[in-house]
Design a protein around this ligand. Structure first.
Ligand code: MCN
Length: 778
């Protein structure tokens, strides 16, 4: 691509792929430092036990061992913080038990960290960990969200309740449901998921005695937040004495935005040993000890009139938070979930009650979609149920209830700025060839199969988040983003962004954005991210916020560059600043043929005797912080068509159609790829993925790829994915809405709705494994 060609809306090939496809990516585990040592963690084999004795003597004396550390060493160190305070209905703050770096007197889930061993080699560290003699006194364990009222996980929460929270008009909703002509009811489980990024979590921590500073390489999505939390809340290290680098990261899907005990222990121990320490999770450790996702039990009731007009929605959810509060865990089943329960519909009354409980399972936190897939599942399952019960076409009942006037303030706290739900619905109906469904169904039936069609019309709030809104709702940090534009004397540009790319293609799309705005070649723009030593600040990547929030911060800094450039150009052209315009990479005096290109202005900025430096500083380097005024609200309609074999319960997805409104799109190919990835995850949740703990023992039964079924290419159809000519977001200058999670949010409900339609049953438990489907068919 050359300069002066617009880059917005172009499917530019991902520039980062050149290094990934040729094996030149630089992941945390690829980094080996001088005098490197290796760590292994001893983990609890019990779901709940008292640590009666932890004898590390033999491990200490084992070959190559440099240090063995237990909870005793961390007694005076802070616990891992939770970033979001939720208050219960009665005003009391959530229960916030200590989340120790290494187990402190008790272990509370299988995989809980008991000890850290550091040795010259990984093999020596693992061998020594096996020599630690631990006497456990087993305690009763609770794992199931429905039975959490059992044995207390923490003394601070004897009933295992972290909080009981509510949103919406409870009395009004109750009254509307009581007097409604029709009420549909469902009890739904949102199955527990275990994130499976290709690159497991990894960290390499080193301490420099020369200046009492630390460097942490870590597979992480938000290095500045990692640094802030670890320094300020846990280890008490001055923030400027710690550099956190998140180099290439092989996927995160939310599971790498949290501060974990492993990397925190490594940083602390690196000072004790004055050697760099590396740890990379084995896959079985990832299963046990990465934060899991979802795990809700919900009763939902939707009241309608006889024409299918929605009158009220009442939702009662119990959410499993696991054994400890992970960094954003408390916000997921509340702020990110219940506020989305209006969906695309003008339901006048909505109320939601959320009880969050502790169990003896791995902590549960944000995972692609975080709260919004759960909300969409609840809303879109009950809407489809109501349609079937009332004998109204599922597309039609949705149309009868769509919000059509914007801005629209929902009864659960959000204000949608813009949207056109008919547009995505209509396009999806056409693309999925719903008109031809009856014929395909007859053909399936002739072969002994059942065919079904399921819809989901999702909405999500992303671009997280307006700090004022988040703060009012309990966030303990702002959620803005920062960007810096460094224009070099030759007119080449380096961008430093607080967003972190770990598969989303920012190095390409952010370069498109900047090259387009400055009218320069994409090759002249370099994108840097993921290093607190380079980037001024950053809140990182999650909640599909990077383009809408991070991209806007960059554009604001570019605007400042252009503003200063205009002054320099005015001097060069002997014109007034106010007469100079910037178009297609050139500063011009309006109405004349006087013009200077961007690169000439850049050079002039660094040769100060060429412009009035008494009025203007030399250099061309600007930064900006951007705090959005609202979320962005991408939305779409997904249609799934399945063929079910009633004899075996095997479901085959024959067609999957996704039509989304992401506002203005920078790179359609990358956006389509993002939707594909999300669909694979959402369909995986719907059909096969399930994190299961055994009741009683609390063992993770699905702790490997033998038992935890990840979707594979042959489980998925060729997706039909289209973005509509969208409704641009009204409050960011790009007009963009987030796209990174949509596929995972909209798809589970569409799949389960399709299976229910095929079998003509009210519900099939998720995941719809052959066994669950076969049982439902009977
Ligand atoms: N984009 C665009 N036009 C739009 C919206 C986005 O061109 N209207 C582009 C963006 O410029 C960016 C990409 O699409 O290159 C995704 O942008 P955005 O929706 O802003 O999402 P983020 O970059 O903030 O990514 C976060 C999102 C989340 S929350 C999860 S979880 C997730 C996801 O991205 N995790 C991923 N996609 C992932 N993809 C990979 N490969 N790996 C992960 O871990």
């Amino acid at each position: 691509m050359t300069a002066r060609q617009g880059f917005i809306g172009q499917s530019v090939v991902r520039r980062e792929d050149a290094r990934f496809l040729t094996g030149r990516g630089q992941y945390t585990d690829d980094i080996t430092l001088d005098r490197q040592t290796y760590a292994a963690f001893l983990r609890s084999p019990y779901a709940h036990a008292r640590l009666k004795r932890v004898d590390t003597e033999a491990a200490r004396r084992a070959a190559g061992v440099l240090g063995v550390f237990t909870g005793e060493h961390f007694k005076d160190v802070g616990g891992l913080p939770c970033g979001w305070l939720i208050n219960s209905i009665d005003g009391s703050p959530m229960k916030e038990p200590r989340h120790p770096i290494l187990a402190d007197g008790k272990v509370r889930y299988v995989g809980d960290r008991v000890a850290l061993v550091v040795a010259e080699t990984l093999e020596q560290a693992k061998a020594a960990a096996a020599l630690i003699d631990v006497e456990y006194e087993e305690l009763p364990a609770v794992v199931d969200v429905a039975e959490a009222a059992g044995a207390p996980v923490h003394d601070e929460a004897p009933d295992n309740q972290c909080y009981l929270w509510q949103i919406g008009d409870t009395d009004g909703t109750d009254a509307a449901i009581k007097s409604a002509p029709h009420v549909s009811t469902l009890t739904l489980r949102n199955n527990r998921l275990i994130p499976n990024a290709i690159e497991p979590r990894a960290a390499n921590a080193s301490y420099n005695p020369a200046d009492d500073s630390y460097t942490l390489y870590v597979s992480n999505q938000n290095p500045h937040v990692e640094r802030l939390l670890m320094c300020a809340f846990v280890l008490g290290i001055p923030e400027h004495k710690m550099r956190v680098v998140a180099p290439d990261v092989g996927g995160g899907f939310g599971s790498k935005i949290f501060l974990y005990g492993e990397e925190t222990a490594l940083v602390w121990a690196s000072k004790q040993l004055k050697r760099p320490i590396k740890w990379t999770a084995e896959r079985s450790e990832s299963f046990l000890a990465d934060a899991h996702g979802r795990d809700h039990l919900t009763k939902v009731e939707l009241a309608c009139d006889r024409n299918g007009k929605f009158l009220a929605l009442r939702v009662n959810t119990t959410a499993n938070l696991g054994a400890y509060l992970s960094t954003f865990s408390t916000a997921v089943p509340t702020i990110l979930y219940a506020t989305l329960l209006a969906g695309q519909y003008a339901t006048p009354k909505i109320s939601a009650t959320v009880k969050a409980v502790f169990t003896n399972t791995a902590p549960v936190d944000a995972y692609r979609g975080a709260g919004r897939p759960e909300a969409t599942y609840v809303v879109e399952r009950i809407v489809e149920t109501a349609a079937h019960e009332l004998g109204i076409d599922p597309a039609e009942i949705r149309r009868r209830n769509f919000i059509r006037e914007f801005p629209y303030a929902t009864p659960v706290g959000l204000t949608y700025d813009t949207g056109d739900y008919d547009a995505t619905m209509n396009q999806a109906l056409a693309l999925a060839d719903v008109a031809g469904f009856a014929q395909r169904k007859a053909a399936s039936e002739a072969r002994g199969f059942k065919r079904g069609l399921g819809y989901a019309a999702y909405i999500e709030a992303c671009g997280i988040a307006p700090s004022s809104v988040a703060g009012a709702l309990g966030a303990r940090a702002g959620l803005f983003e920062a960007g810096e534009v460094r224009v070099h004397p030759t007119g080449k540009v380096t961008i430093f962004t607080g967003s972190h790319s770990h598969g989303q293609g920012h190095e390409t799309t952010f370069a498109q954005l900047v090259a387009d705005k400055l009218g320069i070649a994409m090759d002249d723009v370099d994108i840097q991210h993921g290093d607190t030593g380079k980037v001024l600040f950053g809140m990182g990547t999650y909640g599909s916020r990077s383009l809408a929030v991070g991209g806007t911060a960059i554009l604001k800094a570019v605007d400042k560059v252009i503003a200063k450039g205009r002054k320099i150009a005015a001097h060069l052209m002997e014109a007034a600043d106010t007469d100079v315009v910037f178009e297609d990479g050139v500063f011009k005096v309006a109405g004349t043929d006087k013009a200077v290109p961007f690169a000439q202005v850049a050079l002039t900025a660094y040769v100060p005797h060429n412009f009035p430096h008494d009025k203007l500083e030399p250099g061309l380097n600007e930064n900006a912080f951007y705090d959005p005024s609202n979320f962005t609200f991408p939305a779409g309609t997904y249609i799934c068509e399945v063929e079910v074999d009633p004899a075996t319960g095997v479901t085959r997805i024959d067609r999957f159609t996704a039509c989304d409104d992401f506002g203005n799109v920078i790179n359609p190919m990358i956006v389509e790829g993002q939707v594909h990835g999300g669909l694979a995850q959402g369909i995986g949740q719907a059909l096969m993925e399930h994190g299961i703990y055994e009741p009683g023992s609390g063992q993770l039964l699905s702790g490997s790829y033998m038992d935890y079924a990840m979707p594979r290419a042959d489980d998925l159809p060729a997706f039909a994915v289209q973005t509509v000519k969208g409704t641009p977001c009204t409050h960011n200058p790009i007009g963009a809405k987030g796209c990174g999670e949509a596929g995972a949010i909209g798809s589970p409900a569409a799949v389960i709705n399709a299976i229910c339609d095929a079998l003509k049953v009210k519900d099939v438990p998720m995941p719809a494994t052959p066994y669950n489907v076969w049982r439902a068919a009977r």
